[in-house]
Design a binder for this molecule. Structure first.
Ligand code: NAD
Ligand SMILES: O=C(O)C(=O)C[C@@H](O)[C@H](O)[C@H](O)COP(=O)(O)O
Ligand code: ZN
Length: 363
């Protein structure tokens, strides 16, 4: 089993990674001090429940726990305050208590909403993430960012709320559609580009296999572990995004704006991040800060089977409407993350719109 530890002001937590990890669910729970015969909430969605949730419920029952299942609607367009509010209604109707744990099983959408609900219910109930997509396993389940979208932009309402643990079983990805698996590579490539050289090497040697039809368990386990290593290191150092953590937002100022411009759910998050990183790389090259990075990234995006052409109907004016609400905005100007070399990024508010416009026309 691979274990990465994350430091947090509200309590450190482990991220465990192992194929078949969930077979030992009752002992994982007992290991956290949660006793059998106690209630355990399972928050998931109607797609994931039949694939993996039923098995989890059976496993909980076999350990004499009392599972209560709650379903959130599926999809980015449902990542709203309304969905969280309905979930809170269900938990309150069950008279959920402060010490009773919630397991959140699903992708980043379910994880962000389940985590947010856990952070505000009774001012915080314990939550464990069981991520079931690539995006969730390599990124969203670690670091405690929770929240929902707003018509003004992505993730504008939320909290920092660390889980008690993250349990990652790469085998859950066996049922994930190929397009979703590939989208997760957008975030994995991000970790390579912001500084993980081992991951960069792994990706450049194996990108077609990772983006291929067949699920290559060992390769994927290595990519997940390296990504989690990188994310854990960064969020442990800068939990609340005072500086270093902003590098995890590489590709996101433009990527989130693209998601917003297309209507949430119009493009997968990981795909939009891939294009956002490409645009940021071109901006950096046009500003004379770097050379050759966009070409190297393009090769990875193509190899992964990810989109590499900017949607023709999304203009800079469309993007501008959304990037103004980026959470890294200071003094009315969004901070963007630009690569200066492969493995190194900088944060800047010193860029001009014309350069972004020209860079967009290069894509
Ligand atoms: N909190 C963070 O730090 C953070 C980090 C990255 C992304 N995010 C957020 O995560 C979201 C994207 O997450 P995502 O890409 O996981 O999308 P998602 O949660 O919408 O999941 C993608 C699809 O796969 C389905 N699914 C989940 N697990 C499955 C499985 N094992 N088998 C089959 N289908 C499965 C889901 O039901 C959904 O239809 C975005 O909202 C993004 O903003 C948050
Ligand atoms: O954990 C972080 O910090 C990240 O920026 C990870 C991103 O991949 C993720 O999409 C995150 O939700 C974006 O955060 P936001 O603060 O820009 O909404
Ligand atoms: Zn992201």
């Amino acid at each position: 089993m691979i274990r990465h530890d994350v430091r947090s002001r509200l309590g450190d937590y482990p991220v465990l990674i192992e194929s078949g990890l969930l077979k030992g669910l009752p002992s994982l729970l007992s290991g956290m001090g949660w006793r059998s015969e106690g209630r355990v909430g399972l928050i998931t969605n109607p797609v994931v429940y039949p694939l993996h949730g039923e098995r989890i419920v059976k496993s909980l029952l076999s350990g004499d726990f009392r599972p209560e299942t709650m379903l959130l609607p599926d999809g980015e367009s449902h990542k709203t305050l309304g969905s969280v509010s309905s979930l809170l209604d269900q938990l309150l109707a069950l008279r959920w208590e402060r010490r009773e744990p919630l397991l959140v099983l699903g992708g980043g959408v379910t994880g962000d909403m389940g985590g947010f609900a856990a952070s505000i219910l009774l001012r915080g109930v314990p939550v464990v993430h069981i991520p079931s997509t690539v995006v969730a396993q390599v990124d969203s389940s670690v670091g405690g960012k929770t929240g929902v979208d707003h018509s003004m932009g992505k993730n504008l309402i939320g909290s920092f709320y660390p889980p008690k643990a993250v349990w990652i079983d790469p085998d859950l990805l066996l049922t994930l559609p190929l397009k979703e698996r590939r989208a997760g590579l957008g975030e994995v490539i991000k970790y390579a580009m912001i500084g993980n050289a081992r991951l960069s090497d792994l990706l450049e040697k194996n990108i077609q296999r990772l983006g291929g039809e067949k699920f290559e368990r060992d390769l994927w386990s290595a990519a997940i572990s390296e990504s989690v290593f990188e994310k854990s290191r960064i969020v442990s150092e800068d939990e609340h995004e005072g500086g270093l953590r902003m590098t995890l937002n590489f590709g996101h100022t433009f990527g989130h704006a693209l998601e917003g411009a297309l209507g949430f759910g119009g493009m997968l998050h990981g795909e939009a991040v891939g294009l956002g990183m490409l645009l940021a790389s071109r901006v950096s090259e046009r500003m004379g800060l770097s050379r050759g990075i966009s070409e190297r990234l393009l090769a990875l995006l193509k190899g992964a089977g990810l989109p590499y052409q900017w949607p023709k109907d999304v203009s800079i004016e469309d993007l501008k409407k959304f990037w103004g609400s980026d959470k890294k905005t200071q003094g009315g100007r969004a901070t963007i993350i630009l690569p200066v070399s492969w493995g190194k990024v900088l944060m800047t508010r010193d860029y001009d719109l014309e350069t972004v416009r020209q860079s967009l026309s290069d894509l």
